[in-house]
Design a protein around this ligand. Structure first.
Ligand code: K1U
Ligand code: ZN
Length: 186
C-alpha cells in the first residue's frame, strides 16, 4: 500500500455524515515526517476538519491529537484535559516551546497511534508555549504537569517523533514489536 501525506486538507468534517477520521498507527510514514508550517490560506480547511478531529480524540478517548495522526502533515494539534461534562478544548497552530525548565519529570504516556502501549517518559517539568489560534491571534502560556507532558508529546508528533523514541532502543523495539503483533491480530 502507498501512503501519501495529505497536506492540503481538502476534505470535510464527520459532523456532516462523512466517515470518521482514522488514527494512523506505525509504520505509516506520515507519523515519521516533519510536518510543515500552517499558512493563512490553510486555516479555512483546518476549521472544517477540526470537528472531526475533536470527535476522533474524544471517542478514542484521548486528551490530545496532532494533525499527522490523522494523515495531515501540518503543524497543528488539539489538547483537552477537561472532564466529559466540562470540556476545555485548545487548538494550537504552529506551536513552539519557547522556554522549558531544567527540572525534568517522569510521567506515564500513552498514544492514540500506539494503542494500549504505555511507558514512563522523562521531559522538562514546565514549559512556556507560543502558538497561533485559529483566529490568527498569538497566544502564550505556561504549562506544567499532565498538560506540559501532553503538549510536548503532541509537538513531538509534528516533528515525526513518537514517545517510544525517548526510551532505550531495547524498550522501544519491544513496544513496537508488541504493537505490530497486536495490530496484525485485529
Ligand atoms: O497524542 C496522542 O496520541 C494522545 C495522547 C496524549 C497523551 C496522553 C498522556 C500522556 C502524554 C500524551 C492520549 O491521549 S493517550 C490516552 C490517554 O492517555 C488518556 C485518555 C483519556 C484520559 C486520560 C488519558
Ligand atoms: Zn501520540
Amino acid at each position: 500500500m502507498t501512503h501519501a501525506a495529505n497536506t492540503d486538507i481538502s476534505f470535510s468534517a464527520a459532523s456532516d455524515g462523512a466517515a470518521p477520521l482514522q488514527i494512523l498507527t506505525p509504520p505509516h510514514p506520515v507519523l515519521r515526517q516533519k510536518a510543515r508550517l500552517v499558512k493563512p490560506e490553510d486555516v479555512a480547511d483546518i476549521r472544517k476538519i477540526l470537528p472531526s478531529m475533536f470527535s476522533a480524540m474524544y471517542q478514542a478517548p484521548g486528551i490530545g491529537l496532532a494533525a499527522p495522526q490523522v494523515g495531515l502533515s501540518q503543524r497543528f494539534l488539539l489538547v483537552d484535559l477537561g472532564e466529559k461534562d466540562a470540556r476545555d478544548p485548545i487548538v494550537m497552530i504552529n506551536p513552539e516551546v519557547i522556554a522549558e525548565t531544567e527540572d525534568m519529570a517522569a510521567r506515564e504516556e500513552g498514544c492514540l497511534s500506539l494503542p494500549n502501549q504505555y511507558a514512563e517518559v522523562v521531559r522538562p517539568e514546565k514549559i512556556r508555549v507560543r502558538w497561533n489560534t485559529i483566529n490568527g491571534d498569538v497566544m502564550e502560556r505556561e504549562a506544567e504537569g499532565l498538560l506540559a507532558t501532553c503538549i510536548q508529546h503532541e509537538i513531538d508528533h509534528l516533528e515525526g517523533v513518537l514517545f517510544v523514541d525517548h526510551l532505550s532502543a531495547l524498550r522501544r523495539n519491544m513496544i513496537l514489536r508488541r504493537l505490530a503483533k497486536e495490530l496484525k491480530r485485529k
